[in-house]
Ligand binder design. Structure first.
Ligand SMILES: N[C@@H](CCC(=O)N[C@@H](CS)C(=O)NCC(=O)O)C(=O)O
Length: 199
């Protein structure tokens, strides 16, 4: 299978981390959003897109993660039998993706000329990020993993979101505000998959 994305896309990183953690053989092919490969695989031209060996195309990152997790049990990243545990992991993913969604809006807004930037949009989305970080930190507490006793999609999605936040909002001192989250992230950043996916 081929995963289409870029090295900086947080959604692509999340999908890639899932494939790497599960040891699913794949080729990572770099293409920009709206690039030829991205458009062939996803009518919206967004990345990531996963092209299966028979040509079937899968998007978006949550669907890719969900599908990839069914391919083997080593490890199971989205609980299968316990519906509340499954719900918790998927809610973590939504929280992490929500951080990314707002960080993308802030970045897009900041790329406009100063006088064209909308202060209310910046305030709304920066506040959403702050609230989401606050929520993530209190949910995580001092636990080793976001959910349960082992790694799940929740850890990978949050790692991906924080890497993106460091890239686009390096001025945001979330480590200072949330030392336990910072320790958890430092441990995640040392994982082979995270190193392989780059930052
Ligand atoms: N919900 C989608 C979001 C994907 C997404 O928005 N990707 C960005 C790149 S980080 C993109 O392709 N943007 C270009 C566009 O929206 O046209 C997912 O999780 O895969």
């Amino acid at each position: 299978m081929r995963l289409i994305g870029t090295l900086t896309s947080p959604y692509a990183r999340k999908a890639r981390l899932v494939l790497l953690e599960k040891g699913i053989p794949h080729e990572f092919v770099i293409d920009l959003p709206q690039g030829n490969l991205a458009l062939q695989a996803n009518p919206m031209g967004r990345i990531p897109a996963l092209v299966l060996d028979d040509g079937f195309c899968v998007f978006d990152s949550a669907v890719i993660a969900d599908y990839a997790d069914t391919l083997n049990d080593d490890p199971v990243l989205i609980p299968r039998l316990d519906s509340r545990a499954r719900l918790r992991v998927k809610r973590w993913e939504a929280l992490a993706d929500g951080i990314v969604d707002s960080a993308v809006v802030v970045r897009t807004e900041r790329m406009r000329d100063g006088d064209k930037q909308d202060a209310a949009t910046l305030e709304l989305h920066n506040r959403a990020i702050s609230n989401a970080l606050d929520h993530a930190s209190s949910l995580l507490g001092k636990s080793e993993w976001c959910k349960g006793e082992s790694i799940t999609l929740a850890d990978l999605a949050l790692t991906s979101a924080l890497i993106y936040l460091d890239l686009r909002q390096p001025e945001r001192d979330w480590r200072g505000a949330y030392p336990d989250l910072a320790s958890w992230f430092a441990k995640m950043a040392r994982r082979e998959s995270v190193i392989a996916a780059g930052s």
